[in-house]
Design a protein around this ligand. Sequence first.
Ligand SMILES: [Zn+2]
Length: 305
Amino acid sequence: MHEVAEKIWKSESATPGQTIIISGGIHGNERTGIEVVLRIKQALEQEEFIHTSGTLFLLLGNLKAIELNERWSESGVDLNRCFGEISEAVYDSFEAQRAMLIKKVLALDTRHPGSVIGIDLHATNKPSKPFLVMQPHPTPLHSTLFSSIPSAQALLCDPHWVFTGVPATLDDYYNSNRNTGFCYETGCADDTSRVNEVFNEMRTLLKDRQVIAQSKTPDYVAKKYEHSLPTYALREAIILSDQGFAYESLMGLFTFQEFSKGALLGHHGGLPLIASFDGVFIFPKLAKHWKLGEPVGFLAEKIKE
Ligand SMILES: [Zn+2]
């Protein structure tokens, strides 16, 4: 592994093949992804894993936020909104500059279209079961990759671009140029109890793609089964207006918390927010992360059992 830019590592095998990227710490307080990236790097350096084909990138995202153990740095800019068009207002921020550096180093547009798989490890700020996120629609390759991640319990899609409106996230960048990217939400941000399990899943995925072989440790045999994940689609963002917002008590407590059509979910100032469908909360944000004009959470609907 060579550090080709700060905390971006690259390994190139003599045998040509696909490019695989595993990233963590795009949000600095999401510790499991950070630990897993460092564990994979260590396994390669100690030759526990032998890199057998293609190109492998490992990277940590928001270095300043990782140091602070916060979602973002003092700038308040979300690194995971900097991978599309960057507005002038945030151009000089650490996050925008970091996103540009990551894109320059990975240079996905210079690689053979369809030859890249990118996995971005995240975690939620309120409790959640582990799940996968694919915007806008999963492909057959996504389904194959998901079978390496048996602990994921749901799939979230965003066919209507409710989440960011336009491509803006790192997994959107991974999905560009006919490539394949997704997010793995590993659980709650400060819970690192799943590091081993997520590391093993990433190892399985790398082995399944014939990117690594193992030397020192006995072969890890993963449970294999067809992954038929309950699938949800984002329908609405709850946007913070200048009237403020408050979740109704016992609402917006965790991701996948269910609500029924007609339920009172919260208030925009004096205006009640009533559910117009049976659904679940997704990414209800901690109040300290709320920004005027931006989502404080999302509502999704189950589209497949
Ligand atoms: Zn995140």
